[in-house]
Design a protein around this ligand. Structure first.
Ligand SMILES: Nc1ncnc2c1ncn2[C@@H]1O[C@H](COP(=O)(O)OP(=O)(O)OP(=O)(O)O)[C@@H](O)[C@H]1O
Ligand SMILES: O=C(O)C1=C[C@@H](O)[C@@H](O)[C@H](O)C1
Ligand SMILES: [Mg+2]
Length: 168
């Protein structure tokens, strides 16, 4: 059984916040592949990056996404960089994929207070965020069936819109 919706987008776009609220509105379970990876590794994502390296994290992420796509019928949020994998993008064909988009300024503002994102933990998080957006925007759009700008809508407003758009 396929997920009711797969949620993708950059860090801070609201994949977890909106994904959880969308699942509640649809009356289905929520799952986040970042949580699956942490549970399987037994350590936080920041430790996986520093101890095992990003390639090991990306390999674990490919496996986690493939497993969750095959077995989760609810709302599934992917990690921000999951779409970097060509194999993952191919697996997403035929799924309902929601791209939550966020601007550079708002994405930096939303992620600025957290140290839990290893890719943005360097000395210039704004430059890193810009680099991520530039490289990934075409990839999010390649897999998306619905795109929503989240800059000036609350999570509740976004969920209301999505529930309308996802109705069969
Ligand atoms: N539409 C929104 N408007 C304002 N703030 C928001 C919105 N969506 C999410 N936020 C806030 O932005 C922050 C990041 O949200 P969230 O953790 O859901 O993003 P994410 O896409 O899951 O990020 P990550 O890729 O790091 O997992 C949180 O503090 C959340 O409350
Ligand atoms: O944007 C990214 O590459 C990441 C986003 C997070 O969801 C985590 O998957 C991890 O921190 C990497
Ligand atoms: Mg999240």
């Amino acid at each position: 059984m396929k997920p009711a919706a797969v949620v993708v987008g950059p860090p801070g776009a609201g994949k977890t916040t909106v994904g959880e609220a969308l699942a509640a509105a649809l009356g289905v379970a929520f799952r986040d592949t970042d949580d699956d990876i942490v549970a399987a590794a037994g350590k936080p994502i920041s430790d996986i990056f520093t101890q095992d390296g990003e390639p090991a994290f990306r390999a674990a992420e490919e496996r986690a996404v493939a497993t969750a796509l095959a077995e989760h019928p609810g709302v599934l949020s992917l990690g921000g960089g999951a779409i970097l994998s060509r194999a993952t993008r191919a697996l997403l064909a035929g799924h309902t994929v929601v791209f939550l988009n966020v601007s550079l300024a708002e994405g930096v503002r939303r992620t600025g207070l957290s140290t839990a994102r290893p890719l943005l933990a360097g000395i210039n998080p704004r430059a890193k965020f810009k680099e991520l957006l530039d490289a990934r925007l075409p990839l999010y759009r390649e897999v998306a069936t619905v795109e929503v700008s989240t800059d000036s809508s609350s999570p509740e407003e976004i969920v209301t819109r999505l529930v309308g758009e996802l109705r069969p």
